[in-house]
Design a binder for this molecule. Structure first.
Ligand code: HEC
Ligand code: HEC
Length: 384
């Protein structure tokens, strides 16, 4: 770097810079997968979220063990100093800070707190609504709902903070005539005579400890990540799971023409109605003897939508008024599948909307985890 003036000092150490730009990349991916791609990106979203959490843990640790300008002691100031800084900004007398200015400092803390909240609430949503990860079995669908809403709003809030942060960086760059974005890439800044004083000592005594920082981060992250793998491996006991239909009288008698639908996909009244009209079952005669019909009906009603705390069981309690025995006519189904073009449903190997099994590899179990969705990629749009 020959063009850098000899008086320049490294303000943002390598860790701070890598952290900053990794956070930018991670938040971008998390926002795109969370707000736009939706359900099918859930696994990418969760793992990027965990990576962001790891970055935050590392940054907080580095705030105590890092180099001078990375330390909280250098830049975190109380509310009075923040107010003072704002007043000075208004008066036009505010000095230039070599490290973070008081407003930037609080922005950093708020962003770190928001990401921490998003990571924890996200894991609760993952466990409650989707029965995955460390909180599986501790939270169910109903518990997960309020966390999902909070997660969504805080995520939106984080994007607003990011916008504010970018605005602040541009404002400060113009105010003190220095390119702060470039400084966050190269790390260098040039000290000026009238720089506002920074709190911490020139060289912290227990000087930068990168090894210890990495170790602490790994130890902290071992908890959620370890628990995630454990949960999927040993299948933590979930008290309310959809019933296993394999081997039941229902499965034996209702699998001739289509797959075995989880009983949790229709409410009790719909099952009763469907079982009462088997002689005209969507244009087919599917009638069975009275005994078997009764047995199947009892089974379906006992495990109908609303009977267990899974997402499908909750969302399929509402059916179409016109077509109450058709899962694919229910408001939730129609809304969730609206983006899938009709030709996909009529093409091989799907053939019909009711063939959940073609796209949801766990349809049989009744879970419908979004990470298990795969629309067969052999289906091409029809040629005109
Ligand atoms: C003779 C063949 C046949 C048998 C046997 C049969 N079904 Fe069906 N089922 C159909 C057809 C055809 C449809 C409509 C498929 C469509 O319109 O895409 C259907 C649709 C359904 C649907 C609605 C799926 C959707 O698209 O939302 C449910 C629920 C259902 N059947 C349950 C049962 C149950 C319970 C039994 C056993 C008592 C059973 N079926 C036995 C042929 C059959
Ligand atoms: C052609 C493939 C296809 C078929 C057939 C299909 N689905 Fe889906 N399903 C999808 C896709 C893709 C999504 C994700 C939509 C999105 O991006 O939110 C989805 C989403 C869902 C979800 C929401 C998952 C979540 O937690 O967000 C449920 C529940 C669901 N489908 C149930 C069903 C049921 C029940 C059937 C059969 C009656 C069915 N699907 C048939 C492709 C399909």
């Amino acid at each position: 770097m020959s063009e850098k003036p000899s008086s320049s000092v490294v303000v943002w150490d390598l860790f701070v810079r890598v952290f900053h730009w990794s956070l930018v990349a991670g938040v971008t991916v998390a926002a795109i997968t969370g707000f736009f791609v939706g359900a099918t990106a859930i696994d990418v979203h969760v793992w990027v979220g965990l990576a962001l959490f790891a970055l935050v843990v590392a940054r907080v640790t580095w705030g105590f063990l890092g180099s001078r300008f990375a330390r909280f002691a250098t830049f975190v100031v109380g509310p009075r100093k923040v107010l003072h800084h704002i007043v000075e900004l208004q008066e036009g007398t505010a000095g230039r800070h070599l490290g973070h200015n008081p407003l930037g400092a609080w922005m950093i803390l708020t962003i770190l707190a928001a990401i921490t909240f998003l990571a924890i609430s996200g894991l609760i949503v993952w466990g409650g609504i989707f029965a995955h990860g460390p909180f599986t079995g501790f939270y169910d669908f109903d518990d997960g709902q309020p966390f999902f809403r909070l997660h969504w709003w805080v995520a939106l809030g984080l994007l607003a903070l990011v916008a504010l942060h970018i605005g602040g960086a541009i404002f400060e760059s113009m105010r003190v005539h220095e390119n702060l974005v470039r400084a966050m890439i190269t790390g260098f800044k040039e000290p000026r005579e009238n720089d506002a004083v920074e709190g911490a000592p020139e060289q912290p005594e227990n000087g930068p400890r990168p090894g210890l920082t990495v170790l602490i981060t790994l130890l902290v992250m071992a908890i959620p990540i370890g628990a995630t793998f454990q949960a999927s491996r040993i299948k933590i006991k979930v008290t309310h799971r959809p019933p296993d239909t394999r081997g039941t009288v229902y499965a034996e008698n209702c699998s001739d023409c289509h797959g075995v639908y989880s009983p949790t996909l229709l409410p009790a009244d719909s099952w009763r109605k469907l079982m009462a009209t088997l002689d005209n079952h969507f244009g087919e005669d599917a009638s069975l003897d009275a005994d078997t019909t009764k047995q199947i009906e009892d089974y379906l009603v006992a495990h109908s939508a609303g009977s267990v705390e899974t997402k499908p069981s909750a969302v399929f309690t509402t059916v179409s008024a016109k077509d109450p025995t058709r899962i694919t006519a229910s408001p939730f189904w129609v809304k969730t599948h609206r983006k899938i073009p009709d030709y996909v449903f009529s093409a091989k190997p799907v053939y019909s909307k009711g063939n959940c099994f073609a796209c949801h590899s766990d349809a049989q179990s009744g879970w419908f985890y979004p990470g298990n969705i795969e629309v067969p990629d052999s289906i091409a749009p029809p040629k005109k």
